[in-house]
Design a protein around this ligand. Structure first.
Ligand SMILES: [Zn+2]
Length: 600
């Protein structure tokens, strides 16, 4: 057993997948609409017995580790860590070295989670704070979805918090160290007191910090207070609501990005669940890289005032680094998504009319171009061309050049010349690795029409005990690829461990092989008996009879040239036995497989 098999024997794939898709019983399997691609008829299938999944739509397949790695866009080891955290598995000492999760790190996330829960409970218990939030248009559903909380003010609240935390063996010192509490002259206090609490989770759903917003009208403190930056809480990476929105983002294949917590809540309240917010900071290249793991289409929803546009222009200069399609949806000046929705206006047309970010950049940078002095004109033209140069798609480049020509009122020819000049001058910028979006694009699929071979293969996969010494070599030779390479692994492994089980065997396969095996397991439900299996083998021998005979002839020839009498003897005996078996069975079983097949 290793770490992965330990995890698999302790968490059921049904439980794990159930958090991402709604599984329904279908025969001995479970089915759901695929969490990895958009579909109406469920083709995503899970085998609870074999602990694997396969999607007949997008051909994603594998075990629970593969599933999490795909759903959370992480490595298998990260997926293992995620499952350990999520299901509170106590990993035996012997595998613990494989996971480098420090106790301190684990503790940090635990404390944050407990504080989030405590604040959420306080909100539900505080009618004035709850009324304030409800008056802003947020219903209980969305408050619970985002675990919105309230940190009451005063010594009494601090004492209540410490009391509650003590039950979990968390001390005031811990909370001071995490900057959640501060030490005053005589008493402890918290900078979060009298603030509405927005818990911020990382992409694995672990709460790692908070944003606190004042709510009492007379409160003169800064509107927002955020957790201090630390190794687990970095505003330049984190996005509020990412973990909550992930499933919806993957289904809709797009994400809405806003600048404030309440904007995200307002959109979620109106059914736009695929929304995330930056933590009161501008969107960074790191944010874009995080989003690129999940979606291709990113919609920035910003207010129409200058700050909004400036933020967008900065992103335009960054986004060529990430393989994303960025769109800018601009709200009327002075409106943010929350205030816009609060007026009862429909935001859908605003999103639909979103502009391509490069087009937006050219239009805004070139604003009032004609009235500018010459030096500034040159600078603007260069700035726009420097952006266009970086775009890889030549068609898009042409379209933007045409737009630049229009905005700048310069001949296309001069723009092109200038662009080539920039291109040849520029040292290529350091490229940032872009996440490979979907392994399924490269999926090797099982060829159609190989019915007999496929049936033999799935008989073995469904019951690996059928794969014994007598037929191993034959099948590893005569079954087509990719089946024979899977069986070769099985053969080698069985030689090492005759008690090998399917769950031990499956993780030994590479990703494409796992996909093939999951597909085959989930496509065929029938269990093949050893008698039927023997018939199938004979069918295959008959199919390849000429080749087998040729093969034996060649071997005989070789043995004769070498004068290897014992080998000649063995080969002849083997040939006679095989011939007898094939012919005898041919008499008894002729057509059984074909007849059965025709009846289907
Ligand atoms: Zn799928």
């Amino acid at each position: 057993m290793n770490l992965f098999t330990f995890i698999k024997s302790n968490v059921s794939i049904v439980t794990v997948v159930g958090e991402y898709a709604t599984l329904r019983k279908a025969g001995i399997y479970l089915k759901a609409p695929c969490p990895f691609h958009s579909e109406k008829t469920p083709s995503f299938t899970v085998s609870p017995h074999k602990e694997i999944f396969y999607c007949f739509g997008c051909h994603a397949g594998g075990d629970v580790i593969t599933f999490i790695a795909k759903a959370e866009h992480c490595t298998p080891l990260e997926a293992a860590k995620h499952l350990i955290d999520r299901y509170n598995l106590s990993v035996p000492e012997s595998y613990a070295s494989e996971i480098v999760q420090s106790p301190q790190k684990k503790r940090y996330f635990e404390v944050c989670q407990l504080i989030a829960q405590w604040c959420h409970e306080q909100l539900l218990k505080s009618p004035p704070a709850l009324t304030y939030i409800k008056n802003r248009g947020f219903e209980l559903g969305v408050i619970k979805r985002y675990e919105i909380g309230y940190f009451p003010g005063g010594l009494h609240a601090i004492k209540a918090l410490l009391n509650d935390m003590n039950k979990h063996h968390i001390l005031a010192e811990d909370l001071l160290e995490m900057n959640f509490l501060s030490r005053g002259k005589q008493v402890l206090f918290s900078p979060f007191e009298e603030r509405i609490m927005f818990p911020i989770a990382d992409h694995l759903g672990r709460v790692c910090g908070f944003g606190g917003r004042v709510w009492r009208p007379a409160d003169a403190r800064p509107k927002y207070y955020n957790s201090h930056e630390n190794e687990f809480f970095s505003k330049g990476h984190l996005l509020f609501g990412l973990n909550t929105a992930k499933k919806e983002m993957q289904q809709r294949q797009k994400v809405l990005v806003v600048e404030g917590y309440t904007d995200a809540l307002a959109l979620a309240q109106h059914g736009y669940l695929h929304v995330v917010a930056t933590l009161g900071t501008a969107c960074t290249a790191d944010h874009l890289k995080v989003l690129a793991r999940y979606v291709q289409q990113v919609y920035l929803l910003y207010d129409g005032d200058k700050a909004g546009s400036q933020a967008v222009l900065r992103i335009a200069e960054l986004c060529w680094q990430a393989n994303l399609d960025l769109w800018v949806a601009v709200l009327p000046a002075g409106d943010d998504p929350a205030s816009f929705l609060a007026q009862g206006k429909d935001i859908a047309p605003v999103i639909e009319q979103a502009q391509d970010i490069f087009g937006f950049f050219i239009a805004h940078t070139g604003q009032n171009y004609a009235q500018k002095p010459l030096a500034e004109k040159v600078a603007i033209a260069r700035k726009i061309l420097e952006l266009i140069v970086r775009i890889e798609d030549p068609l898009k480049q042409d379209l933007l050049l045409a737009q630049a020509q229009h905005t700048l009122a310069l001949p296309l020819e001069s723009l092109r010349n200038e662009m080539y000049y920039i291109q040849n001058q520029q040292v290529p910028p350091p490229s940032i690795p872009i996440v490979v979006r979907s392994e399924s694009d490269k999926a090797i699929r099982v060829r159609e029409g190989d019915n007999l071979e496929k049936k033999i293969f799935y008989s073995i996969i469904n019951n690996i005990e059928l794969f014994t010494g007598q037929n191993q070599d034959f099948l590893c030779t005569y079954l087509p690829a990719p089946y024979k390479s899977v069986l070769q692994v099985l053969k080698d492994e069985k030689a090492r461990n005759s008690q090998l089980s399917f769950t031990q065997f499956f993780p030994l396969l590479d990703e494409s092989a796992q996909q093939i095996v999951s597909q085959v397991v989930l496509e065929y439900q029938e269990i093949v008996t050893s008698e039927v299996f023997e018939q199938l083998i004979i069918q295959l021998q008959r199919k390849h009879w000429k080749v087998i005979v040729n093969d034996i002839k060649l071997k005989l020839e070789h043995a004769r040239l070498q004068g290897n009498e014992p080998e000649i003897h063995t080969l002849i005996e083997c040939f006679i036995a095989l011939k007898k078996q094939v012919l005898d069975n041919h008499k008894n079983a002729v057509g059984t497989y074909e007849e059965n097949n025709q009846k289907k």
